[in-house]
Design a protein around this ligand. Sequence first.
Ligand SMILES: Cc1ncc(COP(=O)(O)O)c(C=O)c1O
Length: 414
Amino acid sequence: MKSLDPYLIRKDFPILERKIGNLPLVYLDNAASSLKPIQVIDAVCRFYREHYSNVFRGVHELSREATEMYEEAREKVRKFIGARNASEVIFTYNATDSLNMVAFGWGFSNVEEGDRIVVTIMEHHSNLLPWRKLSEVRRAELSYIDIDDEGILKYDTLSEIIDEKTRIVTVTHMSNVLGTINRLEDIVKRAHEVNAIVVVDGAQSVPHMKVDVKELDIDFLAFSGHKMLAPTGIGVLWGKLDLLEEMEPYRLGGGAVKRMEYNSAVFREPPLKFEAGTPNIAGAIGLGAAIEYLTHIGMDNVREHEERLVEHTLKLFEEELVNNIELYGPKDPKVRGGIISFNLKDYSCHSVGVMLDLRGIAVRTGLHCANPLHRRLGVNGTVRASYYIYNTVEEIEYLVSCLKEFTKKRSATI
Ligand SMILES: Cc1ncc(COP(=O)(O)O)c(C=O)c1O
């Protein structure tokens, strides 16, 4: 596709025909989860209707077909993130599951008392709680990289915080609140200087921009399918093969071992040693279809479209809402993704959310599972509008006109 046409894309999303009350749905809650195109819905239904069986378990035709489709999906993921080998792609249940897998797999075997784990102040709880637990159990230190007033990481503190004791540096590629796109290359360079590994939470970046694990030279990448057009319950953990080979599986059970004796077990090679139990086969096939859909559009086009929407929003906020809005995150659309968090003067974030809902607009309000970040910003919550491929300039103009209406009403009653 030469460039992204949101009006054409919208035709693929049946849910966009829905009304909220009698108003058209304006879905701006994509950072929480994306809507699904008919191509993904059909791929999942076709699997259940025509090919359904368990994988790796049987010699019969349906089992062979299901296994083939599941492995084809893995290959699509490999290509999408630029991985060298499909063995490096583990199907999990979501980004949270993937991050836990690294913390309790690699982390438990490699972090000792006195070591340091480095996180950032803008992490989602899913990329904080596993590391907090690991640091508690191993008596390791958990250190935070701070942000500046624009919500950009303080890169000048990297060499001090990421020191010789550091074993793991973990960072979100894109903040789910500020939209900030973090400069992974600076973090990777410093972490590798001290032999620390870099774990990237790609939950917000992989759906919205080109992410190539080879180019980034990171060590682990976690993301969820449901934020990138795929069904819920499917996620990915990618890791460098040598790290996966030495990593302990933290979920144990059927399908993960080559041999099992009374008192010993020999695990299979990655990725299967990490996929114990019946996996989300339909979810993986749906993720494969979602990747095909996004690849057809082109990830550079996705990024460009969202950058344009962000630029337009920031311009309208500045022109129409000036002193009535508090905006969080970088001012430059080039260093932020399609996520805009804000507060409206004299309103709680939740009242804004409810008033927008009455006008058919879906946004997220609250702490967005990022309490330390909100504490750092000094606020009890924010309103978050987040964009994707089907959002249009008209929807943003409608959002701004609603916000403007609220501020006028408020000043009339004060
Ligand atoms: C940055 C980030 N990391 C991790 C997660 C967790 O994703 P999931 O709930 O799909 O595991 C989210 C979800 O919003 C997120 O925004």
